[in-house]
Design a protein around this ligand. Sequence first.
Ligand code: NAP
Length: 275
Amino acid sequence: MMSNPAINPNGVLKGKIALVTGASRGIGEAIAVRLAMEGARVVCTARTAEEGESRLPGTLSDTIRRIRAAGGEATFIKADLSRGEDRERLVEDAVAAFGGPIDILVNNAAVTFFIPIETFPERRFDLMMEVQVWAAVHLAQMVLPGMREKQAGAIVTISSGAAIHPVKPYGGRGPGGAVYGMCKAALERFSTGLASEVYNDNISVNAISPGLVATPGVAVHGLITEATKHRVSPVENIAEAVFQIVSRDAKTMTGRVDHATPFLEEFGVAASALV
Ligand code: NAP
């Protein structure tokens, strides 16, 4: 990894405006920081603006303070992605924030419940589908006209290995992940489908799976155990994979569904440390 991470205001994302969902903590925070390091102006969004608003660590204020302290450009807009009116206000305000359309959309936010299908409450199913799947589609609908006009843009959706069908013999994956897997499988198919729809407009659409990453959300679900700790990936790898995928040629780097670490290996890239 790079030893002295820094913001490069003249980086390859100079002049680009990025919208990153779920940027109050975890993977979304890391992605926001990484894009800002390459000169992007980053709009961070989530529900938690200030300390005390969530039981989990991390706030939008902290994320943008971290970027600004290093000399980068970032702002935040508080929004609940389960609400259509919040999503609409988010995109309107994001465009106004830096005075231009969104060049890069990162659909990272997720709300997840691990509950066996037999007892999965409809209300929670609807919430997961709304925040993970429909919000990604709706945000894409709202940023695509600006991208089409520019004939440039990048949309990345954060998926999960849970999108892949469980393999036999069963028993390795804990119970309760079917709905999460459904959301991520839907997102991957959305991503490749949209990639083909907007190919002629020079807009890339990709999905990146993180692998297992130590984040506040993962801590809540107790997913890092003695049995899984050997496969934990650094959050820098996911941030790097997202940066790499949005900064490459949209005509060749589109329609991909990748895990972050093998993706970096394929392109011989080492993840940068984060400011
Ligand atoms: P996390 O620590 O739980 O963070 C989730 C983010 O989503 C937070 O910023 C949260 O912000 C935001 N969010 C949740 N509900 C929201 C809502 N209704 N409206 C707006 N924002 C909302 O999660 P993470 O581990 O960083 O995961 C990020 C992404 O990677 C997710 O898509 C997850 O499925 C995927 N992933 C993670 C792993 C892993 O090992 N960490 C593995 C595979 C896939 P607020 O609470 O402030 O709203």
